[in-house]
Design a protein around this ligand. Structure first.
Ligand code: EPZ
Length: 419
């Protein structure tokens, strides 16, 4: 297994290109199941998760070509196999996003239950309840969800009892081909959902209320192919903003969109990191000391849970204390013991962590446990004296493209050690 070695203490300076958003690319790829026509996705990131989704769609019968040079992915063809197998779904729970499109287009689907993951149990009950309200019959048997909608899905008013990104995406895709009107109430409002909605409209869908928590969809008979540019990755941008902040540097996040950082930009400013819109992205710099700031993770436009671990690394070397409360997932503090081994002073009490800033962290061998925890350890290593070795970096490769190359290009002393 590959490892990453880095030595901290250097302020990062220069430009980091921000790629297409992982959490937009995955539902957009699943949307290809809604039509035979070619769906062309530009600004397509090359990640382990997008490669897993490509394999899943190929075993359904689609062709998926990713031109890495042009950063363009072309998906075409009709699904001939309606089963999403356990060995692929267990690798990436976003595989469940094929359920809505398969059911809407073919009237049936058999998808492995995703199971939990490191950060939580992550059930799919909201996905299933919504599809049942649209007329699907769903049985759970031997670890699989078997869904049928013989006469096709019917438009329905679906009220989400809890904000769910994936459930909103699954139901939004299903509703585009349902018979009649659907309304998704208490829908998630992440920018990746707006991006999916815009792509579906380009494919011929009728959707209103984009950007709000109430999406209205008028079902159509068929959807056609389209070309769509994937929105830049706000979590990659936020991660590198923390890297600039933790090293006291100055970095242009090329292609990033300030409005997609939501509360993350405000909180970074409160912590002493300057975050400003630039002609071709977002400029981040830190000229003064870091201040401890309290945050609570919330659905967009609140502070993103996918930024919690990265912000904790920043707070670990701030002046003063910070309380960080994780309200979305039940086990998303696995980076804490590893950061404490680097000299951080973090105490977890239930869903909150108290971070008492220290003047400097010390490099150490650490273990990655999940995608965002692993990148938070890289950030801590950028602020630490001596060498940090991050093990099990396959977690990183799921959601960050060429991370060490992008950091090295702005001055970080970092290299990947093939394992
Ligand atoms: C998406 O996961 C993202 N993944 C996650 O990013 C992100 O952390 C999460 O949204 C929240 O923003 C992708 O987009 C591929 P949810 P998702 O449904 O859709 C509970 C990363 O690091 N819930 O919004 O799975 C669930 O357990 C990943 O890039 C139910 O109870 O998240 C969680 O506590 C990690 N029942 C909360 O809702 C359901 O049916 C939010 O989950 C669905 C969800």
């Amino acid at each position: 297994m590959d490892r990453i070695r880095l030595r901290g203490g250097r302020p990062l300076k220069g430009t980091i290109p921000i790629g297409g958003a992982k959490n937009a690319a995955l539902p957009l790829m699943a949307a290809a199941l809604l039509t035979d026509g070619p769906l062309v996705l530009t600004n397509a990131p090359a990640l382990d998760d997008t490669r897993t989704m490509a394999r899943l769609l190929e075993q359904h019968g689609l062709s998926v070509e990713h031109d890495l040079g042009a950063r363009t992915m072309t998906l075409a063809g009709a699904a001939t196999n309606l089963v999403a197998p356990y060995d692929l779904v267990r690798k990436m729970r976003a595989s469940v996003l094929v359920l809505g499109p398969l059911l809407a287009r073919f009237g049936e689907a058999k998808v492995s239950l995703p199971g939990g993951c490191a950060i939580g149990t992550r059930p799919v009950d909201l996905h299933l309840k919504g599809l049942e309200q649209m007329g699907a019959q769903i049985e759970l048997d031997s670890g699989y969800m078997t869904a049928r909608a013989s006469g096709g899905l019917k438009g329905a008013k679906v009220y989400f009892t809890q904000v769910s990104v994936g459930a909103t995406e699954n139901l939004l895709m299903a509703a585009t081909l349902a018979d009649g009107m659907s309304e998704l109430v208490n829908a998630a409002r992440e920018p990746e959902i707006d991006d999916l909605a815009h792509c579906l409209i380009a494919m011929g869908a009728k959707i209103e209320g984009i950007g709000t928590d109430r999406l209205r969809v008028e079902g159509v008979k068929t959807l056609h192919g389209a070309t769509h540019a994937i929105v830049p990755d706000r979590i990659e941008a936020g991660t590198f903003a923390c890297a600039a902040g933790i090293t006291g540097g100055e970095v242009l996040l090329q292609g990033a969109r300030l409005e997609h950082l939501g509360t993350v930009a405000r909180v970074l400013r409160e912590a002493g990191v300057e975050v400003d819109e630039a002609p071709d992205g977002v400029l981040v710099k830190r000229l003064s000391g870091l201040r401890g700031v309290d945050v609570m993770t919330e659905p967009f436009p609140g502070f993103a849970t996918d930024m919690q671990a990265q912000f904790m690394a920043l707070m670990a070397v701030a002046d003063g204390a910070s309380m960080i409360t994780e309200t979305i997932f039940e086990n998303r503090f696995m980076h804490v013991p590893e950061m404490n081994r680097m000299g951080a002073r973090i105490n977890v009490h239930g869903s909150s962590a108290i971070v008492r800033g220290v003047s400097r962290l010390s490099g150490a061998p650490v273990m990655a446990t999940d995608l965002r925890a692993s990148v938070s350890l890289i950030l801590a290593g950028l602020a630490a004296g001596g060498d940090t070795i991050v093990n099990r970096v396959y977690h990183l490769d799921r959601g960050y493209e060429r991370l060490e190359a992008k950091l090295a290009a702005v001055g970080a002393d970092i290299e990947r050690i093939p394992g």
